[in-house]
Design a protein around this ligand. Structure first.
Ligand code: GLN
Length: 448
């Protein structure tokens, strides 16, 4: 009840939620009380949370921040949503996001932007901007976001909260509306690393309904928290400390890394030579997959359908899609369709897939030497609302430090490590080998 009140107080300023379902939240809370009374509670029983509006929730609209799905009510829960409910978590509602998770500022939502609770003139980051802002504004105790190129870590960093992007395959994608299927992964945004560990515990694990979900049991994440960094080698990649990064960000991240050294970690200079290709490669692969995934919104099967009586099928496709999709989504569909078209496929998509392998190999080599990599999350603190909306290239550049993790399928953690002179948070990023979320939690918790 107090969270519902908090939502009422903060929403007019922040707009983190697209839908709050009071009745469902209160009835889940009552069930949670019963679970606890019977001694059947879990660590998440009764904990109120929010879900990014890209994850299907039975009986509750799932819009993906898009007009095309404005009235879409899924008939089932995403596997991870079902797991949270089984654990007794209380779902407060669905959170704002860039349309179809395409964006870095939460300004591409068809339903208006979310604002950063630290500074209402600043973006919260994106695309999971609503999820990060609500944890930061205390209008949820944790949120579930998704990360295709940085969309959990970057908004977490801009809102001063913890964000964990699990290994590709660690958390089921069943019921997660696809943007770029080979990159998308859901994970927690929370106040502390320990909270993120509790959430990951519930959502991680094999799901036969997702063929890319790894057939691996989730380890006990809580026990990873207290291991300490004394025996760990942390790689500091030179390609992530280059010109163009805001000096305040560089200083805060370097101080954070020195702090980890003072706690007993050994720092090792490393190199990830293909880093400069991560951004151009990502912006071929992700739009290519998006153009294919978004072909399903045709006015027949889901959501919006725009058609005049005299229209044929093609007219209907055209009208539905041009009315339903916002400008950034249309841009991605065009980029992706171009990169996949006959005559250009080998030069663009084929080449990007080869470069992706080189990026992955950089990490594999590096992780033979070190246990984890430490670097910035984003090159600047949160920028102003409106500052980059007319310049897609500038917007894409805000993902420069987060994309490679997705290209390689690795887990990554973002945690607060400082605040700029303008009172905007700065984040430290930790990357680890496949399925080494425990290392992220160990390093993150030691730092906290
Ligand atoms: N900002 C990146 C994009 O627009 C990443 C988004 C994401 O991780 N969902 O594609």
């Amino acid at each position: 009840k107090s969270l519902l009140e908090r939502i009422q107080a903060t929403e007019p300023l922040i707009h983190a939620y697209l839908k709050v379902d009071r009745d469902q939240a209160l009835s889940q809370a009552e069930k949670a009380d019963e679970m606890r009374a019977k001694g059947r509670g879990t660590r998440l029983t009764g904990i109120p949370c929010g879900i990014k509006d890209v994850l299907c929730t039975e009986g509750i609209t799932t819009t993906c921040g898009s007009r095309i799905l404005e009235n879409f009510v899924p008939p089932f829960d995403a596997t991870l949503v079902g797991n949270l409910k089984k654990a007794g978590a209380v779902i407060l509602g669905k959170q704002n996001m860039d349309e179809f998770a395409m964006g870095s500022s939460c300004e591409n939502s068809a339903f208006g932007p979310t604002r950063n609770p630290w500074d209402l003139n600043a973006i919260p980051g994106g695309s999971s901007g609503g999820s990060a802002a609500s944890v930061s504004a205390c209008s949820s105790f944790f949120s579930i976001g998704t990360d295709t190129g940085g969309s959990i870590r970057q908004p977490a960093s801009h809102c001063g909260v913890v964000g964990l992007k699990p290994t590709y395959g660690r958390v089921s994608r069943f019921g997660l509306v696809a943007y770029a299927s080979s990159l998308d992964q859901a994970g927690p945004l929370a106040r502390t690393v320990a909270d993120a560990a509790d959430v990951l515990q519930v959502i991680a694990g094999h799901d036969p309904q997702d063929s890319t979900s790894a057939p691996k049991e989730a380890p006990d994440y809580q026990s990873a928290l207290l291991k300490g960094v004394k025996s760990l080698k942390l790689g500091v990649p030179k390609e992530y400390f280059v010109e163009g990064t805001d000096p305040e960000v560089e200083e805060a991240v370097k101080n954070a890394i020195s702090h980890l050294e003072s706690l007993g970690a050994e720092l090792v200079p490393v190199s990830l030579p293909h880093t400069e290709y991560a951004l151009p490669t990502y912006y071929i692969v992700a739009p290519a997959e998006a153009s294919s995934n978004l072909a399903r919104y045709d006015g027949v099967r889901y959501g919006l359908s725009v058609r005049d009586p005299e229209d044929d099928l093609k007219d209907m496709y055209k009208k539905t899609r041009t009315t339903g999709f916002g400008p950034e989504v249309l841009r991605r569909i065009m980029l992706g369709t171009y990169a996949l078209s006959a005559g250009y496929y080998d030069a663009y998509y084929g080449k990007a897939c080869q470069v992706r392998t080189l990026i992955k190999q950089d990490f594999e080599k590096c992780f033979k030497e070190v246990d984890a990599i430490v670097c910035p999350v984003a090159p600047t603190p949160a920028f102003d609302i409106g500052q980059k909306v007319d310049d897609p290239m500038q917007m894409y550049l805000s993902d420069i430090f987060t994309l490679a993790v997705n290209m390689a399928g690795l887990p990554g953690l973002s945690l607060p490590c400082g605040v700029s002179a303008g009172n905007r948070p700065i984040g430290l990023q930790i990357m680890a080998p496949h399925f080494a979320e425990e290392t992220l939690l160990t390093v993150g918790h030691a730092f906290e």
